[in-house]
Design a protein around this ligand. Structure first.
Ligand SMILES: O=C(O)CCC(=O)C(=O)O
Length: 364
């Protein structure tokens, strides 16, 4: 993977018009205005969809941007006016946030964390209301981000466009890769500057960009230790505790070592986003309203023959299962940390253990 080109810092005035008074530093990355983070990032390859390397990259769970694929060609006309006319009278799920970041959380788990302050709010609204708010958005307003699963309540033209997606290609890949079922298609419509902070999902994803531009930063699952995910029972499970803008290196020292990848996706681009890969998604400042549709697929069945060492993905799954089992066994998520610490501290370290116990003399 080629390393990213150096980028020029963008003046605060250029950002002001879109993002308002904002203390962050922005850079020009290949013509796209994005946040400036102190991260080591390489470019994700962009390949024509019929390049023979594409399938082997997907099989190896390596991210790749597919170009000219036409997978969602019928959706490329989905601008706000078309959607307003055609999406139908149903309710849409819209998140609001006082900052640019839209940190997802689980309401049910929030009840078990009395001091948890919800970072975003979820609202149900008609598309027309969302449209009005976007059309009249001022940089001092609370930000909004529509995130709605596509379902059969949408209007007939949208259904027609949806049926026109390249299902033959998608289904052929799904079969070849032995993925499970397609669970959902999330439609996302956001403002320039909106950010989905870094997290990972337990599903395979074809992330399709319809309009506007997004910068996506990815980290391999083996970077888990540098990203400090919230505990499984926390409302922000699967998300990193580290704030990219202002990392607390005292609490999260390994974040200095994190290495990742990045890509800009624009209309018609499709990013294969492998399961368990961490992703941060940012609508560029100068690319207009962003619309994306993803395709989430369940993982394939666990292989009948397990080979060792386990992959980083498998280790993440193991860690999650251990946390889940402990929570169930102890009956209270607050007991998990003390128990794990009691189990590990002074007994296990990060080394492979061989040299650990040399100091112990066994008298014969
Ligand atoms: O586009 C975004 O803001 C987030 C998308 C995402 O996290 C996903 O598709 O898994």
């Amino acid at each position: 993977m080629a390393s990213a080109e150096p980028s020029a810092v963008v003046s605060a005035a250029d950002v002001l018009a879109v993002n308002g008074a904002d203390s962050h530093q922005y850079i020009d990355f290949k013509g796209h205005v994005v946040r400036n983070y102190d991260l080591q990032l390489e470019d994700i390859p962009r390949l024509n969809h019929d390049d023979p390397r594409v399938e082997s990259m997907i099989a190896n769970e390596e991210p790749v941007v597919l170009t000219n694929s036409d997978i969602i060609a019928t959706a490329l006309k989905w601008d706000l006016n078309y959607l307003r006319e055609n999406i139908g009278p149903g309710n849409f799920s819209v998140y609001s946030s006082k900052t640019s970041k839209f940190m997802y959380f689980d309401d049910k788990r929030a009840k078990d964390w009395p001091n948890f302050v919800p970072p975003t709010e979820r609202h149900e609204m008609k598309f027309e209301e969302f449209f009005e708010r976007i059309a009249n958005f001022r940089s001092s307003d609370t930000r909004i981000y529509l995130q709605q699963m596509l379902n059969d309540s949408v209007g007939k033209n949208i259904v027609k466009d949806f049926l026109g997606f390249k299902w033959n290609w998608l289904t052929a890949i799904q079969r070849k890769m032995k993925w499970g079922t397609l669970t959902s298609n999330l439609l996302l419509i956001g403002l320039p500057g909106n950010i989905t902070p870094v997290h990972y999902d337990e599903q395979q994803n074809f992330f399709c960009q319809v309009s506007g531009y997004k910068r996506i930063i990815l980290f391999h699952p083996d970077q888990f230790k540098c990203l400090y995910p919230f505990p499984l029972y926390h409302p922000c499970d699967r998300q990193s505790q580290v704030d990219f803008d202002n990392p607390d290196y005292a609490r999260f020292p390994k974040f200095k070592e994190v290495k990742g990848f990045q890509a800009i996706v624009g209309p018609g681009d499709v990013l294969y986003l492998p399961m368990y890969w961490w992703h941060h998604v940012e609508s560029t400042i100068n690319g207009g309203i962003t619309t994306s549709v993803n395709f989430w697929y369940k993982a394939g069945p666990t292989p009948s023959q397990i080979t060792h060492p386990l992959t980083a993905q498998q280790k993440v799954a193991v860690m999650r299962n251990i946390e889940r089992m402990l929570g169930e066994a102890l009956g209270d998520h607050r007991e998990i940390g003390p128990l794990l610490n009691c189990m590990v501290n002074g007994r296990y370290s990060e080394s492979d253990g061989e040299d650990e116990y040399k100091h112990i003399k066994i008298d014969s």
